[in-house]
Write a protein that binds this ligand. Structure first.
Ligand code: ADP
Ligand code: MG
Length: 631
């Protein structure tokens, strides 16, 4: 039977260090946080060889008295918590009193400090956790911490360090997170004697964002702000302030790392809020793209527990549902009143790195030129031979589509059918038209060109609408409302239709039966790889049930399918909306054009179809004037 022994303090510290100090970037984070907590207005960070050789952080903060230096590097010693209650209202970045001790355990650490009022400083050196004596020294007011040879006494850890470049990448990210959260502090970062950043305090937050992420992005940020007072009765104590910037959907990333969420000056990650962010951008970004955001949350420290994660990267909110709603409604409300239509710019101004729409833009330009030359098919012109054809019987034989037929089937957004996880967002429908969406007012004359685009005069200039994309977006938004409120209409089949599937299709069908049912697609097993379609989405009444089922299953089986149920559902909604929407190549009657434009305000955002392509392009009058050399 093995004997149980008390661990030595040194071993305890090494274990603790493993939790907090993973790599040089962790050292940078902890030292910078201490400097911010000390009230510094200037913080200089110097890195050697990715931080494995040296990390030095110098600040002009409050300093540490000579007799306190040994305590500062002792474990579980902090000046930031007085009593147990303080743990539930943490106003500083640090509070666990373990960072300096942990770092000192696995490096050679020199701590030098001079409190503001003193005329000289003192220093202490700790090598692998063994503290030396405190000795007086000359030093400017503030604190300087130098960490050399990280993990010199824990070779296993040292082996895990990556290349200088990789480690510096992490360091740079740690630096960014803290410098973003403290725009009132002057920061510098040097790596191997090269200056990487010099960030003045005076520049403001947007400028700081621009310094880190480039001017182009900064110019495409949309400011958002909101204050949630709870029910108003809680007063200041329960107030949650949100402010910051989110990027125009033209700027997105393939991962969510560009989502900077700062809670009371602390960078955090929060799945729920990230999800809210994704929700707010639903329909604005292509699947697999993530929004960019810089958001600051301010709330009383009592409303959040920051003591749930050793590096405090994650926190626990008292009322995360409320925050979720605030996020979603603030962003959605903003988007509804913001014009997100991509502007067509002159070739000279065009981003040479080529926005993904460059090709399409020039194609549209050509269309406009054709139109101007008189080669336009009005609504009485016959559909062009060779134009896109559709498989749907609803458009067969060039029959005009009855858009109004669809009209009655769906609730208008905002008429009380907001779904479970879907807080009511933005102003009610009537107000929406007050935003930029009013530009599609049916009063404006519109012309169908090439049976695929609608050209409308607007106050601003000329808007060119992709008829399929717009209709798809409208249908998608309605479907979403329906599905979220559980009111999706199913068309029951009198005689269930058997459909033979491939083995993977059959597996997907049984795995996702419930999901499909939410869409109105009701299937039952029929033995082997055959299923019975008992009901299917009423909106697709004109399509072949087997074909619809196969398409939905193909979506479920596609390689890049999202793991989240909700995202999966969303993909299926895209599929249904895309299928049901009028196609490019469908000739529209004037009433249909009017009807489409009239409904455009029902789309959550009329400017992008669910695939993330724009639904409309605007040629401003100024731009036209310029091109015709009038301006
Ligand atoms: P914590 O930050 O959780 O309190 P640390 O181990 O990081 O724990 O620091 C221990 C203590 O040392 C802090 O509580 C603080 O009093 C002091 N300290 C550390 N760094 C600085 C600094 N740069 N300026 C002033 N005091 C500091
Ligand atoms: Mg600390």
């Amino acid at each position: 039977m093995p004997a149980i022994r008390q661990l030595s303090q040194s071993l305890i510290n090494k274990i603790a260090a493993g939790e907090v100090i993973e790599r040089p970037a962790s050292v940078v984070k902890e030292l910078m946080e201490n400097a911010v907590d000390a009230g510094a207005t200037r913080i200089d960070v110097t890195i050697g060889a990715g931080g494995s050789e040296v990390v030095r952080v110098v600040d002009n903060g409050c300093g540490i008295a000579a007799d306190q230096l040994p305590l500062a590097v002792a474990c579980h010693a902090t000046s930031k918590l007085a009593g147990a209650d303080d743990l539930f209202r943490v106003g500083t970045l640090g509070f666990r009193g373990e960072a300096l001790a942990s770092i000192a355990e696995v490096s050679r650490l020199r701590l030098r400090s001079r409190p503001a009022g003193n005329d000289h400083g003192a220093e202490i050196e700790i090598v692998g956790g063994k503290p030396g004596d405190v000795v007086p020294c000359g030093a400017p007011p503030g604190t300087s911490v130098e960490v050399r040879n990280l993990f010199f006494n824990t070779p296993v850890r040292r082996k895990f360090l990556r290349t200088t470049q990789t480690e510096f990448g992490h360091v740079s990210e740690a630096f960014t997170r803290i410098a973003l959260a403290a725009p009132e502090v002057h920061f510098t970062l040097h790596h191997n004697d090269r200056q990487v950043f010099e960030l003045a305090a005076s520049d403001g937050w947007l400028e700081r964002i621009a310094r880190f992420f480039g001017r182009d992005l900064a110019e495409n940020l949309i400011a958002v702000q909101s204050t949630d007072d709870d029910d108003g009765s809680g007063g200041q104590a329960r107030q949650v302030r949100l402010d910051g910037y989110v990027a125009n959907p033209t700027h997105s990333r393939s991962n969510n790392r560009m989502q900077y969420l700062l809670l009371n000056g602390r960078y955090i990650r929060d799945r729920s809020l990230q999800h809210a962010l994704g929700e707010a951008y639903r329909g604005l970004l292509t699947t697999g793209r993530y929004p960019i955001a810089f958001l600051r949350l301010q709330m009383s420290p009592e409303l959040v527990d920051v003591n749930v994660h050793p590096t405090k990267l994650e926190v626990r909110f008292q009322d995360s549902g409320r925050l979720y709603s605030q996020f979603l409604s603030t962003l959605r409300g903003k988007f509804l009143t913001t014009d997100l239509t991509p502007r067509v710019e002159s070739p000279a101004d065009e981003d040479p790195t080529g926005g993904h729409d460059a090709g399409r833009t020039s194609e549209l330009r050509q269309e406009l030129v054709d139109w101007a030359k008189g080669g336009v098919c009005g609504w009485n012109a016959a559909p062009r031979a060779g134009g896109a054809t559709t498989s749907g019987p609803s458009t067969g034989g060039g029959q005009p589509l009855e858009l109004t037929r669809l009209e009655g089937r769906f609730a208008r957004p905002g008429d009380g059918s907001a779904g479970r996880a879907e807080p009511s967002v933005g102003p009610p429908t009537a107000d929406r038209t007050a935003g930029r969406n009013a530009e599609f007012s049916p009063a404006a004359p519109a012309l169908q060109v090439h049976n695929r685009y609608l050209v409308a005069e607007t106050e601003e200039g000329v808007t060119i609408i992709d008829q399929h994309a717009l209709h798809e977006q409208i249908l998608y938004e309605r479907l979403r409302q329906r599905v979220l409120s559980g009111a999706m209409e199913t068309q029951k089949l009198l005689v269930p239709e058997p459909v033979d599937l491939s083995a993977p299709e059959a597996a997907a069908a049984s795995e996702h039966g419930e999901l499909l049912a939410r869409l109105g697609m009701i299937i039952e097993p029929f033995g082997g790889d055959t299923v019975l379609v008992a009901g299917f989405p009423a909106m697709l009444a004109n399509f072949n049930p087997a074909e619809v089922l196969r398409e939905l299953l193909a979506q479920l089986l596609s390689g890049d399918r999202p793991p989240q149920q909700d995202d999966l559902l969303d993909d299926l909604l895209h599929t249904v909306a895309c299928k049901a929407a009028i196609k490019a190549g469908d000739r529209l009657a004037p009433e249909e054009i009017a009807s489409l434009l009239e409904q455009s305000h029902l789309a959550g955002n009329p400017h992008h179809c669910p695939h993330g392509r724009p639904t409309a392009l605007v040629f401003t009058r100024e731009e036209l004037d310029r091109r015709f050399k009038r301006g």
